[in-house]
Design a protein around this ligand. Structure first.
Ligand code: TRP
Length: 356
């Protein structure tokens, strides 16, 4: 898959991201960031370079960070399994191992925050079925998951995601291109709520997208790297597992390694992964491997990943050995999220004249 082609509105979003980045540097305390992941498997190197690194950068800059473990959203295309608690604590271990710091960031699961979920009802009243139907990301997910029918939850999950974002008055949402339509729905809901129930003094901020600049890394099968596609290099993989995974990655028959993302996406992705791990340019990696071909490129990629993530993996092993600590971190995050959500729901009821 080649890099997604940008539409003019996506270009505009990228411009807004540059402006926003400068504002964050000026006044980090003026921002609250909300983002998150579905608990569907292990976080991988694509997550790290595509979003986790960015979250840590914002946290370290002094932005208030909230991270949602989207366990209801995981229900859009699967049935949850009895091993969900282990998946959730595994996700927590991934977060903490890469440097999300529970003293500065709150990690919570949205199923544990009752008032957040109740916001779905008023929010649903603010969008039309036609608007939700147009969402290209929902359509793509239905197709990718090969679902015979779309559940009501799948159909409305962008509205639920708006509740994730707005319950805590987040004004900053770091996302990939595919999430922009959802952010647009959240902004629409905030605006309409304010117009209808709080004219004069906006109650909800319109959250802004911070687009991640890093290109999507491909999975070992040449498709988008995804924790549910079984084609990723997990952060928690051992050095040996990493070697096995990268050794089987799809490449091509051209012996000379060059960085040509349009023409040779699989090779370019391995070059990029190596460059990201080493902190150099893809061009430097391609020049170094050159005529030694795909096997040498894979060796370089394996070494680079293993070296870059050795400290993260060591920390993660320690964290995984202490599930009680991981559960306590989540309980703390849930507690804070509940306090915020209860206050928001109280204000929303009051603005909607639902106090009797
Ligand atoms: N939709 C996101 C994903 O699939 C996860 C998510 C849930 C999220 N709620 C969110 C992301 C709120 C940003 C903000 O990866």
């Amino acid at each position: 898959m080649s890099a997604p082609t940008m539409t003019s509105s996506q270009n505009a979003s990228q411009h807004r991201t540059a402006v926003l980045d400068a504002e964050i540097q000026q006044d980090p305390a003026g921002f609250r960031m909300l983002t998150g992941d579905r608990p569907t498997g292990a976080l991988h190197v694509g997550h790290y370079f595509g979003s986790l690194q960015n979250r840590i950068r914002l946290q370290d800059a002094g932005v208030d960070v909230l991270v949602v473990i989207a366990d209801y959203q995981a229900l859009t295309d699967r049935t949850l399994q009895a091993d969900l608690p282990e998946v959730v604590t595994g996700l927590l271990a991934d977060y903490l191992a890469v440097g999300i710091d529970p003293r500065r960031a709150s990690i919570f699961a949205h199923s544990q925050v009752t008032s957040l979920n109740q916001l779905l009802l008023p929010f649903l009243s603010l969008v039309s079925v036609a608007e939700i139907s147009r969402n290209p990301t929902v359509k793509a997910e239905v197709t990718t998951a090969g679902l015979a029918a779309m559940s009501g939850l799948m159909f409305t999950y962008p509205v639920h995601q708006a509740a994730d974002i707005l319950f805590c008055h987040a004004n900053l949402v770091p996302v990939g291109l595919d999430q922009l339509p959802h952010l647009e729905i959240a902004r629409t809901i905030a605006r309409r709520f304010n117009d209808r129930y709080s004219p004069g003094a906006a109650y909800f901020p319109e959250p802004r997208a911070l687009l991640s600049a890093v290109p999507v890394l491909l999975g070992t099968d040449g498709q988008k790297m995804s924790k549910s596609r079984n084609n990723s290099v997990p952060l928690r993989a051992t050095a040996d597992e990493t070697a096995q995974l990268i050794a089987r990655a799809k490449t091509d028959t051209d012996m000379v390694i060059r960085y040509e993302p349009e023409r040779r996406p699989e090779v370019a992705s391995l070059v990029m992964l190596t460059a990201l791990c080493r902190g150099c340019t893809p061009q430097e990696v391609a020049d170094e491997v050159g005529g030694r071909g795909a096997a040498a490129l894979k060796t370089a990629a394996i070494e680079a990943v293993n070296e870059r993530f050795a400290p993260v993996r060591a920390r993660r092993r320690d964290l995984a050995a202490d599930p009680g600590y991981l559960r306590a971190v989540l309980a703390g995050g849930n507690e804070r999220a509940n306090a915020i959500a209860d206050e928001t729901l109280g204000a929303v009821r009051s603005l909607m004249h639902q106090q009797y």
